[in-house]
Design a protein around this ligand. Structure first.
Ligand code: B12
Length: 215
């Protein structure tokens, strides 16, 4: 599909306005938002990751490509969050302190909103105290954390501990995810759930909230 190839190339080159135009054109051609996301935006980001690993590009290049991915995600957002139902459950989500990666977290947010959940996104670089404060104020049933750096993973453990210390742990389920996170790590820090990608994140969230598995 040439349009998806063009989209991947525009992501790699960090051409945000071109990514926006191509994502819109792909929708007009009748491609599914899922394919545009998977084979265009995420595939482009994967190519960037490979080049970064092989020392072919530098951090500023990735940053510019990330902005282009966000521009494409903005176009797809209304299609991915199309949802008739509104569920009563509230979710708080954020990328943990010291970590600025938000593409994966933003995809998880879209999927959770797509399920009809009321999602409060605390953004990036969120300290344990901020998660706890938000949990105190907003009474979520689920608190979700994202970490892409091995160095920021311990913030997840610290947040779980802070929830315990404030007596909030029984009231809120904790779900974690991000590149270096594993089911073992989730068990180690006594989180309730983990998912390796945004689609399974939505499924896991629904399971943790007590909704029967669909299909
Ligand atoms: C984009 C990117 C950046 C961008 C981020 C821009 C942004 N707005 O997000 C910028 C340029 C800022 C950046 C900076 C850095 N980065 Co960086 N970055 C990446 C890169 C290339 C892609 C990440 C990405 O967006 N992937 C695409 C999304 C869709 O996938 P994802 O994030 O994994 O998310 C999916 C799942 O993990 C899951 N998920 C994610 N969150 C959650 C949450 C929950 C609750 C659940 C259930 C699931 C879930 O679902 C998502 C969707 O399917 C990765 C390489 C890689 N292979 O991941 C490196 C990478 C993460 N970065 C890395 C590093 C080292 C850095 C820097 C330290 C580099 C530097 N020298 O400055 C800085 C740190 C900045 C900071 N303090 O955070 C390393 C981390 C190594 C490690 N193990 O710790 C990686 C792995 C690159 C590498 N191979 O070395 N980076």
């Amino acid at each position: 599909m040439p349009i998806l190839q063009n989209l991947r190339e525009a992501v790699i080159k960090g051409q945000a306005s071109q990514v926006k135009i191509l994502a819109e054109a792909a929708l007009d051609e009748g491609l599914s938002p899922q394919d545009i996301l998977d084979q265009g935006l995420i595939a482009g980001m994967k190519l960037i990751s490979d080049r970064f690993r092989n020392n072919g590009i530098y951090v500023p290049d990735i940053l510019i490509a990330s902005r282009a991915v966000h521009a494409g995600m903005h176009v797809l957002k209304p299609y991915l969050i199309q949802c008739g139902v509104k569920l009563p459950d509230r979710v708080i989500i954020g990328t943990v302190a010291g970590d600025l990666h938000d593409i994966g977290k933003d995809l998880v947010v879209m999927m959770l909103r797509g399920k009809g959940l009321d999602v409060i996104d605390l953004g990036i670089d969120v300290e344990p105290e901020e998660f706890v404060q938000a949990a105190t104020v907003h009474h979520p049933k689920l608190l979700a954390m994202s970490a892409l750096l091995t160095t920021t993973m311990p913030v997840m453990a610290a947040t779980v501990q802070s929830l315990c210390l404030k007596g909030l742990r029984q009231q809120v389920k904790v779900m974690i995810g991000g590149g270096p996170i594993t089911p073992e790590y989730s068990r180690t820090i006594k989180a309730d759930g983990y998912a390796p990608d945004f689609r399974l994140a939505a499924k896991e969230a629904m399971r943790l909230l007590g909704y029967p598995a669909a299909g």
